[in-house]
Design a binder for this molecule. Sequence first.
Ligand code: GLY
Length: 335
Amino acid sequence: MRPTLMLHGGAGSMKSMDDPRERMYRAALREAAVAGAAILDGGGSAVDAVVTVNVVMEDSGVFNAGLGSGLTADGRIEMDAAVMDGTEQDYGAVAAVEGVANPVVLARHVLDDTPHCMLVGRGAEAFGASISVPLRPDFPSAPRIAEWERRKALMSESTGSLADQLAALGGVLGDASSDKDSDGPVGQADTVGAVAMDDRGRLASALTTGGIWMKMPGRVGDSPMIGAGLWSVDGQGSACATGTGETILRTLLCREVVDQMRAGKGATEACAAAIGLLESHFGSGMAGVIAVGPDGEPGYAFHTRGMGRSLWMGGMAEPACGIWPGEDWDRAVPG
Ligand code: GLY
């Protein structure tokens, strides 16, 4: 079968980027996709490909994951990550971990090396230490501390709607129709993740995040939650979400995407239907999702102002990218 890999760099509130920022962002998306494509092209597994993609994005500092993670209200990094293997319908996740260089690698170890599905906080970190998972003493980075100080100065009490409360926490990503632009290297963007089908038709998904900026310490979003942040079952489909976790959790977004595909929708149509369902409850500007169907058909949908994304399918010389709503892939994609 022709392998397929799709990744997202996070649904975001970026309205526009100057040329150097946009070039840097596209290069970072493509670099991650190239790493995953090399694994699939060499006959490797979908699980290996999606984990590798996430490691590259955690290390880049460009995305809200790993080195680039957003900070909690008290100025720390608490990261969530998960991996799902669609063949075994098994998954591993970690939540609220600090100091771990690559939370997605720790999630993979939970999947492979423990009888459990999820470890959190100190228990997850102790497990990581027991298997010598690398730490990063340079967390959080100087640019992220500066951004935290700026946000702290802006934060005010809010008693309004869910959107208002999440906006006060820094969590709302930006309605596609809004005029406000945002700060940060690529605007405010969320969780990164990937879905893949390998040449044996095996499906997988993985994602990693610093979570929403200025979240309460201990808050866990959708990313490590099976069915919400990710869902993969061979022969049915694979999906991976990004956006405001409180809305994705309450929609069980990725399970919804795959259920829509099981009901006969194509990957793009299924993603759009699931985002439409979320929007009908919580309004626009909240989330995005990527998917591959049981036969490797790629699809995505988002209702934020942007969602960096990259696609590689067997036979492509290099991955294609896109960021904006309505933007076509910037490289030719097989039909
Ligand atoms: N989607 C990531 C989060 O809400 O934490």
